[in-house]
Write a new protein. Sequence first.
Length: 420
Amino acid sequence: MRRANHVDHDMMLEHDRCVYVLGDVAERTRIVRIVVVALLNVLRLEDLTTVCMHCPSAQNEHEAKKHDGGQGAKHGCKDRTKNATFSCSVFCPMRAIILDSDGLHLRDIPSPHCPPGYVRLRLHAAALNHRDQFIREGKYAKIELPAILGSDGVGTVIEAPTSAHLIGTRMMINPALEWGEDDRAQGQNFSVLGMPTQGTFAEEIVVPEQNVYPVPEHLTDEQAAALPLAGLTGYRALITQGFWEPGQTVLITGIGGGVASVTLAFAHALGARVIVTSTSDAKLARAKDLGATAGVNVRSDGWAKQVQALGPIDCIVDSVGGDTINDLTSIIRPGGRIVVYGATLGHVPTFNMSKMFWKQIHLIGSTMGTPADFEDMAQLVETARIVPMVDSVFPLADAERAFDRMIAAEQFGKIVLRCN
C-alpha cells in the first residue's frame, strides 16, 4: 500500500482541504474507492458523508451525533433519519449524484444498509423524470436536501436478508411506495422513490422487497429502467382510470415524453386507434412510425378543430394542463373521459363548466398506481413484447448533461443514466 505522503499522478491526498484525486473519474475502480474512503475516514475528514440523510440507525439525536461526529443536531438528523436509507459502513462506498443547495455533485458515500424485508440492488441503469427537475427547481412539496433523486431503476439483487432466493436476479423497481389499502387512491403514507428516500441516481439502492419485480426478459437494462414510473402512470391513466375498451379512440397529448410515449405503446398494442399532439412535427412523425393513426401540432391554427375532424374521441390522456383543458372539453365526445396525470403548463386559469356538465364529460385524475397496476402493466409489457422508448443514455457522472437534454424538451422517450 502507498504511504499517505506519497503523491503522484494517480493519487493525491491533501488532509487540510479534504481533496482526493484518483486519475480519471470514469476509470476509478471500486477497490480503489474502498481504500480511499477508508483512509479518509481514518483521517477524520468531515467531507465524506452527510449523516443527516445517510444513517438509518441514527433513530435519535444521540445516535445521529455518534455517527456524524456531533453534527446531527446542526443538520437536523433527528427529524430526517426515519426516512433515511443509508448505513454507516464506510468500508463499502458507492458513487451517487447528490443534490444540495449548490446543485448536483458526484460523490462517494456509504453503501446502503439492508434491513429485513428489504433488498439491496446493484443498479445498472436509472431514468430521469420531470419530477426530478421539479425538485431541482424547488417546485415540489416538502423538499429535503441533500437528496439523491431518481425514481426509475433496474439492477441485480445483491442482498436480501429475508428473501435469499432473490439474490442474483435482475429486478426493476416500482417507485410507488406504500400505496395503501384503497385501490381508488393512494393513502396518507404514500410517497415516490427519490427524495426524501434515496433515489436511483446511485450505484446501489435499498428498497422494500415487495417493490421489486422481475425485468421482462426481452428488455435491456436501459429499456427496463425507462419503464417503471412512466409505465405505471400511463397504464393506470389509460386502463384503470380511463376505462379503455377495444375499438375506442384515444388522444394522447404531449407525445415525446416518457409517459406519453409508453402510453402510445400500450394503446397500440391493445388495438386502439391513437391520435397524438405535440409542438414538434418531428415528434409527431416519430409517433406515427410507432403506431399513431394521426398527429396534430398544437402550434398550428385551429388545432382542436383538426383533432375533432379526425372523428370522435372516447378518451383523452393528458399531461399538459393549463388553458388547453378547455380545448380538450371541446374535442372529447359527449360522455367521454379526460384523464389528467400531469400539468406541464400549470393550473387552469379559467374553466368552461358549461361544456363539462352539458356534454356529461368525465374528468378523472390519475397519479402513479397500485401494486396490482404495476404487476398488470409489467405483464402487458411481457406479453405484448412492448419496448419502452429510450431517447439517450448518459454515464452517471454526466447527470447534469442528461438534465440539460430534458430541460431542452428535445427527447422522444426516456433519458437514462448508466449507473455501473
